[in-house]
Design a protein around this ligand. Structure first.
Ligand code: R7I
Ligand code: MG
Ligand code: MG
Ligand code: MG
Length: 398
C-alpha cells in the first residue's frame, strides 16, 4: 500500500494552523474582541446559522491598540500584536497557543536524536511561551503558570509541577490534544507502533497529568495517525469504517501488552472517550438528520476540556465525509473546519484538531486556495512539516 505523502504531512500541520487561525475569532470564551477578516464563504455559511450573533463586533487587527467598538465590553485581554508596522492593518491571520506549541513540538522532534529529552521539550515550550507573551497567544492558565515555573526552577524536576495543578488532579485541558499531531507524524514509520503512546504520555505529563488529559492526547494522536494511513489508501473508507478502525486501535491501547502497563495509572480516563466514540457512531449511523449543532454540543461538547472537545474534532472530520445541508462547499477540509467553528465554544482548538485530522487525510493540495498562505507563519509550519517528513522517511524525494 502507499505511504502517506509529504502532502499529507504538510496537510496535517497546516491543518492545525488554518483551524486555529480561522477558528479563534469565533471563540466565545476568549478573544471576543478580536476579529480579523475571515474567509468570506465560511462567513456566509456561519452567518446563515446565526453564529455571528455570538461575536460582539468586527474589526481588523492592528498593532496599536484601538478603542473597543461602542457597546463592547472591555476585558483585560490585550489585543493581538502583529508583525506589521505600527498602526498598519495586518493582513495575516494570527495564530494562538495551539499552533505555537505544535510548531515547537514538531521542531523538537525534528532536531532531537532518538532518545527524546523531555527536559529539552520543556525548555522549548517555555522559551517559545516567553516569545509569545507580548503577542497574547491565549495560553491556558494552568500551562501558563507551569511554563513560567519551569523557567524559575531552571528546569529541575519538570515532571513534578503538572501533578500539582487543579487541586492535585492535574489538567484535563485540551492542550494535550491541540499540540500532539507531530507525534503521530514522528512515530508513523516506527516499527513499534505504540511508541506513539509513550511519547504522547511523556510529553503530556509535562503539563496534563489528569487521566482524561492523557487519554485525550492519545485519542487525538491516534486519530491523526489513522487519517494519515487511510488518506494514503487508494480505496477510501467510509466514515464508519474509519471510526471502526480507530476504535479498534484506541481500545488496543488499554489491552495490548505493549501499552497496558504504561497506561495503567491513567486507566480511569479511558471510559469517557469510549462513551464519546459510541455517540459518534450513533450520529454517523443515523446520518445528518440524527444530529444537530445543539446535539453535538450536548453529547460531544465544545469545551476547553479534553473529553468535551477532542472526540468532537474527530466527529467534525467524519461528519464531513458527506454533504451537510447548512455548509455550502464541496471541499472536505473546509466543510470539516466550518462545522467545528459553527459549534462555537473552543473554536480555535476544535478547529485546529479537526484541521490536523482532516489535513492529514486529504493532504495540503486539497485545501481551498489561499487558506494556508493567509495565515501567520504558514511558511514556517510547512517547512517544519517537510523537515520532519525528511527525517522520518529517510529520504530527499517528495
Ligand atoms: O489545556 P490547556 O493548554 O488549554 C488549552 C486551551 C485551548 O483552548 C487553547 O486554545 C487555549 O485557549 O487554552 O491549559 P490548562 O490551563 O491546563 O487547561 C485549560 C482549562 O481547562 C483550564 O483553565 C480549566 O478551565 C480547564 N481544566 C479543568 N477544569 C476542571 N478540572 C483543566 N483541568 C481541569 C480540571 O482538572
Ligand atoms: Mg488557542
Ligand atoms: Mg482558547
Ligand atoms: Mg482554544
Amino acid at each position: 500500500s502507499l505511504l502517506p505523502s509529504l502532502n499529507q504531512w504538510q496537510g496535517c500541520l497546516a491543518g492545525v494552523l488554518v483551524g486555529d487561525c480561522l477558528g479563534f475569532p469565533y471563540e466565545v470564551i476568549r478573544f471576543k474582541k478580536m476579529f480579523p477578516h475571515t474567509i468570506e464563504f465560511i462567513e456566509d455559511d456561519l452567518e446563515k446559522i446565526k453564529i455571528r450573533q455570538m461575536i460582539p463586533y468586527v474589526r481588523r487587527v492592528k498593532k496599536t491598540p484601538t478603542k473597543p467598538a461602542k457597546g463592547a465590553r472591555v476585558t483585560s485581554t490585550p489585543t493581538l500584536a502583529t508583525t506589521s508596522g505600527s498602526g498598519e492593518t495586518c493582513s495575516e491571520r494570527q495564530y494562538t497557543d495551539d499552533t505555537s506549541m505544535t510548531i515547537t513540538f514538531a521542531k523538537f522532534l525534528t532536531e532531537s536524536n532518538d532518545s527524546l529529552d523531555y527536559v529539552d521539550l520543556a525548555r522549548s515550550f517555555s522559551a517559545e511561551f516567553i516569545v509569545d507573551v507580548p503577542k497574547s497567544r491565549g495560553y491556558g492558565p494552568g500551562v501558563k503558570k507551569l511554563l513560567t515555573k519551569f523557567d524559575e526552577v531552571n528546569f529541575k524536576n519538570v515532571f513534578q509541577y503538572a501533578t500539582e495543578t487543579f487541586k492535585g488532579q492535574g489538567s484535563m485541558g485540551n492542550g494535550s490534544g491541540m499540540r500532539i499531531s507531530p507525534v503521530a507524524l514522528y512515530t508513523l514509520n516506527d516499527p513499534d507502533r505504540f511508541r506513539l503512546v509513550d511519547i504522547t504520555i511523556d510529553s503530556c505529563r509535562l503539563t496534563h497529568t489528569h487521566p482524561e488529559g492523557i487519554f485525550g492526547g492519545i485519542f487525538q494522536a491516534l486519530a491523526v495517525r489513522q487519517a494519515l494511513l487511510f488518506g494514503a489508501k487508494k480505496d477510501k473508507p467510509s466514515a464508519i469504517e474509519f471510526l471502526d478502525a480507530f476504535e479498534t486501535e484506541f481500545k488496543s491501547v488499554l489491552s495490548s501488552k505493549a501499552t497496558s502497563k504504561r497506561v495503567a495509572a491513567y486507566q480511569s480516563g479511558y471510559q469517557i472517550y469510549q462513551d464519546k466514540i459510541d455517540v459518534i457512531k450513533k450520529f454517523l449511523k443515523g446520518g445528518p438528520s440524527s444530529w444537530s449543532l445543539q446535539k453535538i454540543k450536548e453529547e460531544l461538547g465544545n469545551k476547553v476540556v479534553s473529553s468535551k472537545s477532542i472526540p468532537t474534532a474527530l466527529f467534525c472530520f467524519l461528519a464531513s465525509f458527506q454533504e451537510i445541508d447548512f455548509i455550502h462547499t464541496d471541499n472536505h477540509f473546509q466543510r470539516a473546519i466550518t462545522l467545528a467553528f459553527a459549534l462555537g465554544g473552543d473554536t480555535d482548538t476544535i478547529g485546529g484538531m479537526t484541521g490536523a485530522i482532516c489535513g492529514a487525510y486529504v493532504g495540503l493540495d486539497d485545501f481551498p486556495e489561499n487558506f494556508v498562505q493567509s495565515c501567520e507563519a504558514s511558511g514556517k509550519i510547512l517547512n517544519v512539516a517537510e523537515q520532519l517528513y525528511r527525517k522520518c522517511n529517510n529520504s530527499t524525494e517528495v
